[in-house]
Design a protein around this ligand. Structure first.
Ligand SMILES: [Ca+2]
Ligand SMILES: [Ca+2]
Length: 275
C-alpha cells in the first residue's frame, strides 16, 4: 500500500517539469537528408491518332503518315518513331522501316508530340500491315510497340484470269446449235469464272458485236446475248466488282431469232477490266 502512494507523487512532479520547459520557450532544430527520384517511363503510341493520307500508292506517288506519341517523362523524351511496313503482324528485319520526324509546334501537350513523314513509294510492292514503333532517350520501347494501325497497298498489280466451266482457260464463248426462235440457250462454257489475282479491286465490263454469218447480211444482235440478268450491248456495261483474291461467276445465254437462215454466226464478246 505504501509503495503505491509514492509512485503517484512521482508522476505529478514529472508533469510539472515538462510544463515549465515549454513555457520557457526553449527551441531546437535538426536537419535531415532527403531525396526523391522520377522513374523512366516508356513511351505510349496513340494508335487512335494515326493518320494515313491514302491506302493505295503507286510508284512515284507519296503517302503521308502521322501519329501522336506520349511519354510521361515529357514529350521531348521520345527519341525515335518508326513506321514499319510488314508482311506479317510483327516488327522484323525484313520490314520496310520509315523514320518519322517530330513535327515542330504541334505538341499536343507537355507529354505528347506528333510525328510525321511524307514518303515516296519506289519499287516496293504488295499489301502491308502498318506497325508503329517508338522509343525514348533511355532506349525504352513503347509499351504498345509494334501496334498495328492499318494496311497499305504498294504498287498494286492488276491481275485476273478467266476460266470456263471445266476449269480451263476461257478462249471462246459458243452456244449450242438450235432451231430459230429457241430462247435461253446456254453457252457451252458456262459457268464462267473470273478470278482477281492482283492486289487491287477490279471492275469487269462486258460488251460485244453483233453476230454475222459469212456471205449473209443478216445478223444476230448482241442484245440477244445475256450475261446473267444483263442484256449485252455494243457499249461496255459493268457486270462485276471483284475484290483482290476473290472470284465471280458469269453465265451467258442467247436467244436465237426466228426466221433466220441456218449457219454459223460469229461475233465478239469483249471484257474490259478497270480499277
Ligand atoms: Ca520516357
Ligand atoms: Ca514483319
Amino acid at each position: 500500500m505504501r509503495n503505491t502512494k509514492i509512485c503517484i507523487v512521482t508522476a505529478v512532479i514529472f508533469c510539472l517539469v515538462l510544463t515549465m520547459l515549454s513555457a520557457g520557450g526553449a527551441e531546437s532544430e535538426s536537419g535531415y537528408g532527403s531525396e526523391s527520384s522520377i522513374s523512366g517511363v516508356a513511351p505510349l503510341i496513340d494508335d487512335s491518332s494515326f493518320f494515313l493520307s491514302n491506302t493505295i500508292v503507286c510508284r512515284g506517288e507519296s503517302v503521308e503518315f502521322a501519329v501522336d506519341i506520349s511519354d510521361d517523362n515529357g514529350a521531348a523524351d521520345v527519341s525515335q518513331v518508326m513506321v514499319m511496313l510488314s508482311e506479317d503482324g510483327n516488327i522484323s528485319d525484313d520490314d520496310i522501316s520509315i523514320q518519322l520526324a517530330r513535327i515542330e509546334n504541334v505538341d499536343v501537350d507537355a507529354t505528347t508530340s506528333t510525328f510525321g513523314k511524307v514518303w515516296t513509294v519506289e519499287g516496293e510492292t504488295g499489301l502491308k500491315n502498318i506497325l508503329i514503333g517508338a522509343k525514348d532517350t533511355a532506349n525504352l520501347v513503347a509499351t504498345n510497340n509494334g501496334v498495328k494501325v492499318g494496311t497499305i497497298e504498294l504498287n498494286p498489280l492488276v491481275g485476273f484470269d478467266m476460266k470456263d466451266g471445266k476449269g480451263g482457260v476461257l478462249t471462246t464463248i459458243n452456244f449450242l446449235g438450235s432451231p430459230p426462235g429457241t430462247l435461253n440457250v446456254s453457252a457451252n462454257q458456262n459457268t464462267i469464272q473470273i478470278n482477281n489475282t492482283g492486289g487491287i479491286a477490279i471492275d469487269v465490263y462486258a460488251y460485244g458485236t453483233d453476230f454475222n454469218m459469212t456471205g449473209d447480211s443478216r445478223t444476230i444482235p448482241i442484245s440477244n446475248v445475256r450475261v446473267d440478268g444483263t442484256r449485252m450491248s455494243r457499249i461496255p456495261q459493268l457486270i462485276n466488282h471483284i475484290e483482290p483474291g476473290a472470284s465471280s461467276i458469269l453465265n451467258f445465254f442467247i436467244d436465237y431469232p426466228s426466221a433466220i437462215p441456218a449457219g454459223t454466226y460469229r461475233g465478239t464478246v469483249i471484257f474490259e477490266i478497270t480499277t
